[in-house]
Design a protein around this ligand. Structure first.
Ligand code: 9MR
Length: 327
């Protein structure tokens, strides 16, 4: 539409009740795509999408969604043989209808795990259960979920294997089992290993944990495509995460992503911009996902860690990203 026509229509558009005003001047998703990245995303789920202005904000400013809770094992498959798809389907349909890509989260995780899985102590039974879960979930959303967090949070802080039903029964063999099952289920999905506290380049969980192990697993032919660093940061940690993105990329994976970014507010107002710059500077970094829209809907609301305030207005954090990406 010509600018002059837009100008004529503007007063009517503003008055029309069905038109949701933009909450932010520019889409950070459009801006990061213009820099060659795949997406700027956020987590959400059905309840949030049906609350307030969340859906409108996500539609206008984000290009990817991650289900915050609806695809976790306890949500999808709370009892053996019983799958409850309602909330996950809602998210997938919402995103697909609006051309948003989806990061699936998450297939194998010790937390928010169904109780019946936690009690398995037979090796073959557990292998079968892991393979069946991955196949069942990935089949349902085949071609619709672009990235999958196949394994979540499997390392201790010192880089060793975290105790869980998976590592207790199968040691680290469950990594190959899970990634091979995922590759077979949807060969076009990008398969990730995801973890938190991968925020400082020299930290043991980064070096001895993620990087050394992923390098070894890749050399064994295990089909890991990417590493996700969650990025639940304290104020001042943005620059460290930017450096860590590069270290993770050095493991030999094809891609890396910041998957759950939120930053406790402090005096450093450049944290968000520092993380985004870190992703721009690393060619393997494909995108960034923030862990929620509004501060008060965050899993840790105390530090006002997100990009929008309680009234759904974009905060200085949001504008600092716009500024950086507009250069
Ligand atoms: O944001 C999620 C919150 O609503 C849940 O109550 C919580 C339960 O563990 O999980 C949160 O999301 C987590 C994510 O799935 C994995 N990494 C850490 C996230 C924050 O706890």
């Amino acid at each position: 539409m010509k600018a002059s026509l837009l100008f004529l229509l503007a007063p009517f558009a503003a008055a029309a009740p069905t038109v949701e005003p933009r909450q932010a001047a520019q889409s950070i998703d459009a801006l990061i795509k213009a820099k060659g990245k795949e997406y700027f995303g956020t987590c959400t789920d059905q309840r949030l999408l049906q609350t307030g202005r969340n859906a409108a904000i996500i539609e206008a400013n984000f290009g990817s969604v991650t289900p915050e809770n609806s695809m976790k094992w306890e949500s999808l498959n709370p009892q053996r043989g019983v799958y409850t798809w309602g909330q996950a389907d809602y998210l997938v349909n919402w995103a697909t209808q609006r051309n948003k890509t989806i990061r699936g989260h998450t297939l194998v995780w010790h937390s928010q795990l169904a109780g019946w899985v936690r009690n398995i102590n037979n090796r073959n039974e557990l292998i079968g259960v892991i393979e069946n879960h991955i196949k069942t979930v990935m089949d349902r959303y085949k071609g619709k979920i672009y990235h999958w967090d196949v394994i979540n949070e499997m390392f201790n802080e010192d880089g060793s294997l975290r105790p869980s039903v998976f590592s207790n029964v199968l040691r680290d063999e469950f990594v190959g089992i899970a990634f091979r099952a995922a590759r077979a289920a949807d060969p076009s999905a990008k398969l990730y290993i995801n973890d938190y506290n991968l925020d400082q380049p020299g930290y043991a969980k980064v070096t001895r944990g993620m990087v050394d192990n992923v390098r070894r697993w890749l050399s064994q032919g295990i089909p890991i495509d990417g590493i996700g660093t969650q990025g639940h940061l304290q104020a001042g940690q943005g620059a460290g995460l930017a450096q860590t993105i590069r270290v993770l990329a050095g493991s030999g994976v094809k891609e890396v992503a910041v998957t759950e970014l939120d930053i406790q507010q402090g005096t450093n107002t450049q944290d968000y911009a520092n993380v985004v710059r870190g992703c721009l500077d690393e060619p393997k970094c494909v995108g960034i996902t923030v862990w929620g829209v509004r501060d008060q809907d965050s899993w840790r609301p105390q530090g006002n860690p997100l990009l929008f305030d309680g009234n759904y207005n974009p905060k200085a954090n949001y504008n600092s990203i716009v500024q950086l990406l507009s250069r």
